[in-house]
Design a protein around this ligand. Structure first.
Ligand SMILES: [Zn+2]
Length: 342
């Protein structure tokens, strides 16, 4: 399926200017820029939603659990079914509480032979406890947005890319790198009474978060990996999501932030992608950037008052009821369109 963006965008410009004759030049000057967007497949939010629901149905994907193993196997089988080249990177991580986490990163390559590449990063594990919940602070939770949404968008992108005819295949290769054990970290705001057993590690520049990306950064798969840039998707499925321009992304890859946010605006998603800067966040892109892959983070947050992260963050409210197909569409279509611009 091809998208024709010109008609709706031109119409939107007309409506925005609220004019007919006297501001005709406004629509005319903005039109040539709109025409530059290359054709891209239409991202199917229904399909992405089904992938999110499927992961949630496995149960919380907490490392060392049966649901975690089953979900990982399912994700691997889906990528393989679309013909991607899939590799698993098993590793054992030590969590802040001393637990050994049996983990694996999942790497799936589309057009592995292409020299120019873009990486889609996300994490597929869920946090073991809803420590920001009002009542059930020790309960595991579904991680519908925090975990499943990024994987759902990645799987739908993989399915679409593989389904295109040669005439609609992007010029770049695309790698989906799904990190494990991202969300087992120590949160001093909720776990102040716990002794952070990895304080020494954090003082050496490591973190109790993002264990999968830290492992991968030191043991890159593929070896000597050098994509053009990476896009990290984290919490990309909730209703009314707001993506502000996070500082670590700007410091390392401002041009990529600009590119993605401009594409989002051009195709009508500036109610999700806000042109507002925000402080840096500890997420997997911190470690992929350190490893030399210039990476931006698309993450649901808005630096306003105390509600820096959305209300569902690390609570049992992060379940399927927060997922909105419009958000999945906004992110999936924007990232896909960006890739087709390469
Ligand atoms: Zn999280």
């Amino acid at each position: 399926m091809k998208l024709s963006r010109l008609a709706p965008v031109a119409l939107a410009a007309l409506l925005l200017t609220g004019c007919f004759d006297n501001k005709k030049s406004t629509t005319e000057t903005s039109a040539p820029e709109q025409e530059k967007l290359p054709a891209a497949p239409s991202f199917n939010a229904d399909s992405a939603y089904a992938y999110v629901a499927k992961q949630v149905a496995f149960g919380p994907r907490v490392p060392n659990s049966a649901a975690h193993v089953r979900t990982g196997d399912w994700v691997v089988s889906k990528f393989k079914s679309y013909g991607l080249t899939v590799r698993e990177q098993p590793f054992e991580a030590i969590a802040f509480d001393g637990k050994m986490l049996r983990s694996r990163n999942i790497i799936a390559q589309f057009q592995p032979q292409a020299a120019r590449r873009v990486t889609i990063f996300t994490h597929w594990d869920t946090r073991p406890f809803a420590d920001k919940d009002k009542d059930k602070k020790n309960a595991p939770f579904d991680g519908a947005s925090d975990g499943a949404s990024g994987v759902g968008i990645a799987l739908e992108m993989a399915r679409l890319l593989a389904a295109q005819p040669d005439s609609l295949t992007p010029a770049v290769g695309v790698d989906f790198i799904l990190f494990d054990a991202e969300d087992y970290g120590y949160d001093s705001s909720t776990q102040g009474e716990l002794k952070n057993q990895l304080a020494a590690l954090e003082s050496q520049g490591g973190s109790s978060w993002c264990l999968g990306s830290q492992y991968w950064a030191k043991n890159m798969v593929p070896a000597n990996y050098k994509p053009n840039y990476g896009i990290l998707l984290d919490m990309v499925g909730a209703k009314n999501a707001k993506f502000s321009r996070e500082d670590t992304s700007l410091q390392n890859a401002r041009d990529v932030v600009d590119k993605v946010w401009n594409v989002a605006a051009q195709i009508g998603f500036s109610d999700f992608f806000l042109f507002q800067d925000s402080p840096g966040i500890t997420d997997d892109h911190v470690f992929t950037n350190k490893a030399g892959v210039r990476t931006i983070d698309i993450i649901d947050h808005l630096p306003v008052g105390d509600d820096y992260f959305p209300a569902y963050h690390h609570t049992t409210d992060d379940n399927l009821s927060v997922i909105d197909k419009r958000t999945l569409k906004a992110v999936g279509q924007t990232v896909l369109q960006t890739i087709y611009g390469e």
